[in-house]
Design a binder for this molecule. Structure first.
Ligand code: FCB
Length: 469
């Protein structure tokens, strides 16, 4: 008898894959193994940027505990593990240099062990090359604002291909371009914490240029199954006025359409260019050949929706964004309060948004290209309870329900003809949730950050049951 409320494996096509995801800085413990300083170390050390000023120095100590963590993935029955390599762990200065120390041998050896450990357990290694921990040395040179980053990132991709390419199942250069670009350079919430449209427009373009450069480098080295991973938030007008619809359209263009348009149409949406045009880097129109380097799949990360209304004051006055010229009200939207039920992040639970994005992405951008849900999950206020026999458990029923609703949305998209090939939960472990420090727990497995003890939550058991069938 099947008790898990998650749809079972047999409810999906036979070749459908299931996985769980993490990222390097969020779990590894950056102080170990000769990794170089990153802009997240710097950002976290700045007053008021991160809850309690926490950083990724120790995180989940995955650097030492990876065998146990890979066992947890394999025991739950997952097919693949979406993980990332840290650029600064592999190249502490972010670039090839004249000295041997430009490449950290301990870092290469760590990922060798980790990838071999996945293969030994039958897990497909699904690699991301950049999940946000930019080497500080490159941040000092302007980071994503500096066009040189594309070449540096291409060098790093070449190194990754040379060392690990033969054992990697899939690779995507950059996790969530919107977060790397807009959230970090316009909203100021993530490193480097800028609020400046003059920084945002070039950063968003250079991210795609770096993506394409890395894809070309990996392809030239013989790697296959290369993709891109973008994040999406469903944009809902706060009411039925035309002005609210316009606000939602602009939000949608910046968040959900900018990177897809660049990747699949070789252009950027007019609604975004209205704000960006005066700040684009020289020669940007000529970069689309690189940006559009062919890819084999697209990953969608999806968590929530937003309700939008017309802006009544400039974003700078609301603590978001800085303007240098032109229309001070651009981008013309403000976020309105979400409607319940909410997660511990205060994010509205809106599974129909995932279904609609899958259908729209196929219809308007990707056609027959395989799609994956590369992140989906929720934070909740999880507590450990001790059972009668002394065994610990975590009853995260709301998370199981969240997963079930979003997995059903995937099945609806498949039924509507979307070539969806896999679903990856965020996250295997509770971890460093960026500006929110260790406060928000997204894991299928609870981590006690004092003792590093791992406790599988009810949601982990629910996956184990659904995937075993
Ligand atoms: C995504 C990030 C991931 C994690 C989840 C909650 O935007 O890719 O690192 O922070 O959100």
């Amino acid at each position: 008898m099947h008790n898990s409320p998650l749809p079972r494996r047999s409810a999906f096509p036979p070749d459908f894959l299931f996985g769980a995801a993490t990222s390097a800085y969020q779990i590894e413990g950056h102080k170990y193994g000769g990794a170089g300083r990153t802009h997240w170390d710097t950002f976290a050390a700045e007053e008021g940027r991160v809850v309690r000023g926490e950083d990724g120095a120790i995180a989940c100590d995955h650097y030492h505990r990876w065998p146990e963590d890979l066992d947890l993935l394999a025991e739950a029955g997952f097919d693949l593990y979406r993980f990332s390599t840290s650029w600064a762990r592999i190249m502490p200065e972010g670039r090839r240099g004249v000295s041997n120390s430009a490449v950290n041998k301990e870092g290469i050896a760590f990922y060798d062990r980790l990838i071999d450990g996945m293969l030994e357990r039958g897990l497909k290694p699904a690699l991301t090359l950049y999940h946000w921990e930019l080497p500080q040395a490159l941040a000092d040179q302007g980071g994503w604002r500096n066009r040189d980053i594309a070449g540096r990132f291409g060098d790093y991709a070449e190194l990754i291909a040379a060392h690990f390419g033969d054992r990697i199942w899939s690779a995507a250069p950059i996790n969530e371009p919107w977060c790397v670009g807009w959230l970090s350079h316009f909203d100021g919430h993530h490193a480097p914490g800028l609020r400046d449209l003059r920084a945002t427009a070039p950063a968003m373009h250079h991210i795609l240029l770096a993506h394409g450069t890395a894809v070309q480098a990996m392809r030239a080295s013989g790697m296959q199954n290369l993709g891109a991973v973008c994040n999406f938030e469903y944009a809902l007008p706060a009411d039925d006025s035309a002005a609210a619809q316009k606000a939602a359209d602009v939000y949608d263009a910046i968040y959900n359409r900018f990177f897809l348009s660049g990747l699949f149409k070789g252009e950027y949406p007019d609604l975004v260019m209205q704000g960006f045009q005066d700040h684009m880097p020289k020669g940007w129109e000529d970069d689309f050949d690189v940006i559009q380097a062919p890819i084999d799949w697209l990953g969608l990360n999806y968590y929530t929706c937003k309700r939008l209304a017309p802006a009544t004051q400039p974003a700078i006055a609301t603590g978001k964004g800085a303007f240098v010229a032109g229309d001070p009200l651009w981008p013309h939207y403000k976020e309105m309060p979400p409607k319940g039920p909410l997660t511990a992040m205060g994010w509205e639970i809106y599974p129909e948004g995932l279904r609609e994005f899958l259908i729209r992405t196929k219809a308007e951008y990707t056609d027959t290209l395989p799609l994956y849900v590369t992140e989906n999950g929720m934070a909740s206020d999880d507590r450990i309870t001790s059972g009668a026999k002394g065994q610990n458990s975590v009853a995260d029923a709301q998370r199981i329900d969240y997963f079930a609703q979003h997995m059903d949305a995937c099945r609806e998209a498949i039924a509507a003809g979307v070539p969806l090939k896999g679903y990856i939960a965020w996250s295997l472990l509770d971890n460093y949730e960026w500006a929110l420090g260790y406060e928000k727990r997204f894991g299928l497995v609870h981590v006690d950050f004092e003792t590093q003890v791992r406790t599988p939550k009810a949601s982990w058991h629910a996956f184990a049951e659904a995937l075993g069938s």
